[in-house]
Design a protein around this ligand. Structure first.
Ligand code: SME
Length: 147
């Protein structure tokens, strides 16, 4: 499914320079393809992570760099897979229905982390190495469309 999604997303981004429009279409494409419970971006802004385009229930708007799975992914610069959110120290529960989660750092063309992609599932242990590779490739497409 990721192999099918990548060219679609590449085509969606092509020629569009607006950062928010591109993030919005990426979450919508992911939602349509996989139907995950919550999919969204937190952008690096004003020294913290600020909620960007998302699909799913309302979520917390600001996350400090030293908080949550999102902050952890930002600080380490690496994708974090959390099979059971209750076992992750400092996990921020935006919804009690979220059971597992993956957070992928998004880099701009300078290699700086400018956002993180957060995908939540209402099922335990729902994210695999395939998701890691697929989502990392997907956000890699954003590098030349970021600011
Ligand atoms: N669980 C995330 C917070 C964002 S919500 O899940 C949408 C975290 O611990 O960083």
């Amino acid at each position: 499914m990721y192999a099918a999604l990548l060219p679609q997303v590449r085509a969606l981004l092509e020629g569009e320079t607006d950062w928010i429009a591109n993030l919005a279409n990426v979450v919508a494409a992911l939602r349509e393809a996989f139907g995950f419970f919550w999919i969204g971006f937190y952008r690096v802004k004003d020294g913290e992570l600020v909620l960007g385009p998302f699909q799913g229930p309302v979520a917390c708007t600001r996350i400090a760099f030293d908080r949550g799975v999102c902050g952890h992914a930002y600080r380490t610069g690496a994708t974090v897979i959390v099979p059971d959110v209750e076992l992750f120290p400092g996990h921020i529960a935006c919804s009690s229905l979220s059971k597992s989660e993956i957070v992928v750092p998004v880099r701009n063309s300078l290699g700086e982390i400018c956002a993180v992609l957060d995908v939540d599932s209402d099922r335990l242990d729902d994210f695999s190495e395939e998701d890691r590779a697929g989502l990392e490739s997907l956000v890699g497409l954003l590098a030349n469309h970021s600011r």
